[in-house]
Ligand binder design. Structure first.
Ligand code: FAD
Length: 476
């Protein structure tokens, strides 16, 4: 059987490698162009501390993280020595001590049902700085031992090399899809028509323009990320952990060779404008230096720009496209595509080969959840999945006192589609503001929030078993 793959990012490369391993005759068409997400991605593989609550996203992210050690072992055995992958651990920085316990609790809860996080420790400021010396004094962290980082570009190159070694035909060029009736029959690459039994679309943020001519509309948009590469001459950064200040979406990712990557902007509405902007660079550097002032003397090596393929929600688009035989979409991996990508490529390869991937892909279905809508089709309420977003109940006045009743009355009302991806306005960096007081102990959170948390009985250190033992590590 022949499988055609469009896109040579992490997803396409993984799909081609796996499909060739399943015995398929594979053709991959990849067009080198600026803004490819895989080459720009920071490379954090650590989904456990994420603030995202979507269980289906987490299931995919955890599968992706769990998949890495075996993948790296297999590629290493095949002779690939330079993937930029290392399990260095990750430090999730806390805003205050309540936050510290909340993060830890979250990670431990996720560990119960999913991938192994390794040790999860609370670090005081000196322990955190001994692992990542440029950190600001006064910061405390939850350390997740299984946190890892990878060089997405190198991993992709290795997968393509190994795919070729398995017999895949890897071509450089722009591909278009071929459709006959209700079937996708192959691809056209720079004028040459190549028939295929299955076609996997792994074109990242460019998927909509690839799919539109065959009548499929996908709601994937580019989200620009600018990410700065710094060099700290003489620093042995190779084993430093990843640093993830929560809530800002920014992070620091150390690599071998005294390199620290500081990222990243999340800019929607820029289209494919592939520029390093003054504002973008200022933002990533300011966020990096706020957490790690020890980077102030680093050399600025380069700033990369990539377009995250962002779908209507955080979940990937992964599965067959009903009504159009032979077409599989593996896309929309957004900000965690380097984590999920290799695993998603394996799933896509199994689907392309007609095999059962062994898991329920309903949550990632490109069509029923409206992330992929055949052109001209209208969304109906009946077509909406159970997780339709809802309006809060109608605001209601208490008839006696004429005061608003908190939360209103009645059931939550489903919001009728079509749903839109609510992107922040262009240039809106409000979500990226640094919320921490670097002098730990002065919470940036309003006091009322803190009190509520303490009342909830979950996050207050005193309510945790074993808290007394851990408290000695906390700031006085
Ligand atoms: C700044 C930044 C930081 C990130 N950090 C992380 C991180 O720390 N951890 C994490 O897990 N993820 C991270 N990501 C997300 C991750 O990089 C992406 O989700 C992932 O790389 C997407 O891979 P992809 O293969 O779907 O798309 P891409 O890597 O964009 O690849 C798509 C490829 O398809 C090609 N293509 C498109 N159309 C055609 C066509 N018609 N014919 C031929 N080829 C075509 C494109 O040229 C491109 O090469 C980050 C992304 C960015 C931008």
């Amino acid at each position: 059987m022949r499988v055609a793959v469009v896109g040579a990012g992490i997803v396409g490369a993984s799909t081609a490698w796996h499909a060739a391993g399943l015995g398929a005759d594979v053709v991959l068409a990849g067009r080198a162009q600026p803004g490819e997400a895989t080459a720009a991605g920071a490379g954090i593989v650590c989904p456990w501390a994420s603030e995202n609550d979507d269980p289906d996203w987490f299931r995919a992210a955890a599968e992706g993280a769990r998949y890495y050690p075996g993948l790296v072992a297999e590629l290493t055995e095949a002779g690939e020595r330079s993937l930029g992958h290392r399990t260095v651990g990750a430090l999730a920085l806390a805003a205050d001590d309540a936050d510290l316990y909340r993060i830890r609790q979250r990670v431990l809860e996720r560990r119960r049902g999913a991938a192994d996080t390794g040790e999860v420790d609370l670090l005081d400021t000196s322990a955190a700085r001994s692992l990542f010396p440029p950190l600001a004094p006064g910061l405390h962290a939850v350390r997740i031992a299984a946190g890892a980082r990878v060089d997405g570009g190198r991993l992709r190159d290795a997968l393509l090399r190994q795919a070729r070694w398995r017999g895949a035909d890897v071509r450089s060029g722009r591909a278009a899809l071929l459709r006959t009736g209700d079937r996708v029959t192959g691809v056209e690459v720079d004028g040459e028509r190549i028939a295929a039994d299955a076609v996997v679309v792994a074109a990242g943020a460019w998927a909509p323009e690839l799919l539109a001519p065959v009548g499929i509309t996908v709601r994937i948009a580019p989200q620009r990320g600018q990410i700065a590469h710094l060099s700290l001459p003489g620093a042995g950064t190779g084993r430093w952990p990843v640093v993830m200040p929560r809530a800002t979406g920014h992070y620091l990712v150390p690599f071998d060779g005294s390199r620290v990557v500081a990222g990243a902007t999340r800019e929607s509405g820029t289209g494919f404008d592939h520029r390093v902007t003054a504002g973008g660079l200022a933002e990533v550097l300011a966020e990096a230096l706020a957490v790690a002032p020890g980077l102030a003397d680093a050399t600025h090596l380069e700033t990369r720009v990539g377009f995250r393929p962002v779908g209507p929600d955080i979940r990937p688009l992964l599965g067959r496209v009903p009504g159009l035989d032979g077409l599989i979409v593996a896309d929309g991996l957004g900000p965690t595509g380097l984590t999920v990508g290799p695993w998603a490529g394996r799933v896509a390869a199994l689907l392309a080969a007609g095999a059962d991937p062994g898991l329920d892909l309903g949550a990632y279905d490109p069509v029923p959840d409206r992330r992929t809508v055949p052109a001209g089709a209208r969304r109906t309420r009946e077509g909406a999945r159970g997780r339709a977003p809802t309006h809060p109940p109608l605001p209601t006045l208490c008839p006696l006192l004429m005061l608003p009743i908190r939360g209103g009355l009645g059931a939550r009302r489903p919001i009728r589609g079509p749903w839109r991806y609510e992107a922040p306005p262009i240039g809106d960096t409000s979500r990226n503001r640094y919320p921490y007081d670097v002098r730990f102990g002065r919470p940036a959170l309003p006091r009322a929030v803190d009190r509520r948390r303490h009342r909830s009985g979950q996050e207050h250190p005193g309510d945790n078993p074993g808290a007394a033992a851990r408290r000695r590590h906390l700031p006085r």
